[in-house]
Ligand binder design. Structure first.
Ligand code: GDP
Ligand code: MG
Length: 162
């Protein structure tokens, strides 16, 4: 069976942008608006030399209203199903409290986690990673999904898991 990789992170960090790059589609809606992806979206990974199923999620925000709760349920399902979670964070904003909450959930429910620092266009790669070390995940890559930067390296590192 193909391994399943889930993209998880708070809204607006670039999950859908990366999904489209990795599947070579425009299937996931990308918007400058948090919370657009409400249901899980599945696609076949087309970047990298081996097949995998990729899942885009609405994200985990920790907020209590019902829509967010539904999104969180969807995401938790995806996390449990996934062989590997790619945990996306925003390199420009640094760690925010929701990132810490998600990290906590992933430590409890995910099999493997790779931390992916996105939006490093215009900021130093090392500086971007430094801040996020405190989330406590050993495997970290930095990318700029919308610029296709680091995407190939990301998928090569993911391939090392399988
Ligand atoms: P999602 O909510 O996590 O799925 O995030 P989206 O993929 O919808 O992206 C949210 C916003 O971030 C959009 O305006 C994207 O164009 C933008 N974005 C995504 N990746 C990058 C990146 O690498 N650099 C920059 N500067 N913007 C990005
Ligand atoms: Mg999205």
């Amino acid at each position: 069976m193909k391994p399943t990789i889930a993209l998880v992170g708070r809204p607006n960090v670039g999950k859908s942008t990366l999904f489209n790059k990795l599947t070579r589609t425009q299937d996931a809606l990308v918007a400058d608006m948090p919370g657009l992806t409400r249901d899980r979206q599945y696609g076949d990974g087309k970047v990298g030399g081996w097949p995998y199923l990729l899942v885009d999620t609405g994200g985990l925000s920790g907020a209590p209203d019902s829509l967010d709760a539904a999104m969180a349920d969807q995401t938790l399902c995806a996390v449990r199903e996934a062989d590997l979670v790619v945990f996306m964070v925003d390199g420009r904003s640094g760690i925010v409290s929701v990132d810490e909450e998600i990290a906590d959930i992933l430590r409890r429910h995910a099999r493997h986690v790779m931390l992916c620092v996105n939006k490093i266009d215009g900021i130093g790669e090392d500086k971007a990673q430094l801040d996020f070390h405190q989330l406590g995940f050993d495997n970290m890559v930095s990318i700029a999904a919308s610029h296709n930067r680091g995407v190939q390296q990301l998928i090569e590192e993911i391939g090392d898991y399988f």
